[in-house]
Design a protein around this ligand. Structure first.
Ligand code: NIG
Ligand code: FE
Length: 389
């Protein structure tokens, strides 16, 4: 297998705690050797071994490719009008999801896949090399299964979210919809997904319904993750920890008991600042969660309703400016944190054996991602050992 030496990296974030320089494991004047789709060697440029190909990073800094562990990219239509109304004072409600459900059902497979690819490429240009995405805008057996089939052609991290809202077809029979989500819809969807998710929120699914849905998914081999405590206080976070979910996502409205549960369990708190930005909601308090000792991930939540951004650098800048995170914490959360939220050890770190995923920045260090918000600093993206064009 051919090897490539990327050298002249001013400052490299490895997220390798073994390097003894805090969680980011920074290496100055670094080089990395890629072999096929894996990282073969990491260290100082002066100690680098020879390789078949030489690639000059021209004194850029480098970080692991971003791991966006939460997006909703299989959808049709857009919700510009809803956004405009919000920016004129209307508040966000989960009801807008119905608009996207109608547009998604009406879209062809080809149109859905082309749309997904458009946002994947957009995210990749901004440094995302691993992403999770979900169903949740079909809400029929066929439409949920096709969303997952389409998603699974482009990522291994596919989540069944039949329980996004109660389908409009079951408006008078929410219990019947939970039966569908835990029955025929789950049977059709489980072969195409790794995860099961539920929007545990007033107006969507309550704690008992969420427990039934996650437990039924687990019985079919799907691992749980939860949309929890986004719009209001509720049982989602503690349920996620109790079921050992990989991640509780949003975590905007947390009681002290919720924070304690996160600190004591293994569930990652995935914060999605694009959603608070786009809905003019209050920010999740990352500082409080980190100070309690819990693990935080950052992701985009990219979807046409509450957070129409695919940019991890934008989310990092918001998290640093408005959620009390340091730049180092935010970079870790957007890379290694996302990997932990997906229970992955092969991505989110630049260590031998890990996947060869790197983002090279037109900046002397990773801190510039927060220091220079809105500036396209991601210059080169390597994914599975290939430089993306
Ligand atoms: O994560 N909270 C639920 N689902 C999405 C929003 C979906 C939409 O508005 O279309 C979210 O923010
Ligand atoms: Fe979401």
């Amino acid at each position: 297998m051919s090897t490539t030496l990327i050298t002249n990296i001013t400052s490299l974030v490895t997220n390798d705690p073994e390097r003894g320089d805090g969680p980011l494991g920074l290496v100055e004047d670094a080089a990395v050797v890629l072999e096929g789709d894996r990282i073969a060697w990491v260290g100082q440029a002066k100690d680098a071994p020879e390789a078949d190909h030489l690639h000059d990073a021209e004194h850029r800094s480098a970080i692991p490719g971003f791991v966006d562990s939460h997006s909703h990219l299989v959808f049709g239509g857009d919700r510009t009008q809803e956004f405009n109304a919000r920016m004129s004072g209307r508040s966000y409600s989960a009801g807008g999801i119905r608009t996207t459900v109608a547009a998604t059902r009406a879209a062809s497979d080809e149109a859905l896949e082309a749309n997904l690819l458009r946002y994947l490429r957009e995210a990749a240009r901004q440094g995302t090399t691993t992403f999770e995405t979900k169903s949740g805008y079909g809400l029929t057996v066929e439409d949920e299964a096709r969303a997952l089939r389409i998603a699974s052609r482009h990522t291994d991290e596919v989540t069944y979210l039949g329980a996004h809202i109660v389908s409009p077809d079951y408006a008078d029979d929410p219990a019947g919809y939970v039966d569908l989500v835990t029955g025929a819809m789950l049977d059709a969807c489980a072969p195409h997904a790794r995860w099961v998710d539920v929007f545990c929120e007033k107006g969507a699914f309550d704690g008992d319904q969420a427990r039934a849905i996650l437990t039924a998914g687990a019985a079919k081999g799907l691992l749980p993750r939860v949309h929890a405590n986004q719009l209001s206080y509720g049982p989602g976070v503690q349920l996620a920890v109790e079921l050992d979910a990989a991640s509780a996502d949003h975590c905007t409205h947390l009681t002290d008991a919720d924070v304690d549960a996160l600190a004591q369990g293994h569930t990652v708190a995935t914060l999605l600042p694009g959603a608070e930005f786009s809905t003019r909601a209050e920010w999740p308090d990352a500082r409080r969660i980190l100070d309690a000792g819990a693990t935080v991930a950052l992701s985009t939540d990219c979807n046409p309703g509450s957070s129409f951004t695919s940019s991890m650098p934008f989310c990092i800048a918001l998290a640093v400016r408005d959620m009390g995170m340091t730049p180092d914490e935010a970079i870790w959360a957007a890379t290694a944190g996302g990997a932990q939220a997906l229970r992955r050890t092969d991505v989110g770190r630049v260590v031998p054996g890990a996947r060869a995923d790197l983002a090279l920045l037109d900046a002397p260090s990773h801190v510039h991602l927060a220091y220079r918000p809105g500036v396209p600093l991601v210059r080169e993206v390597w994914q599975k050992g290939v430089l993306l064009g």
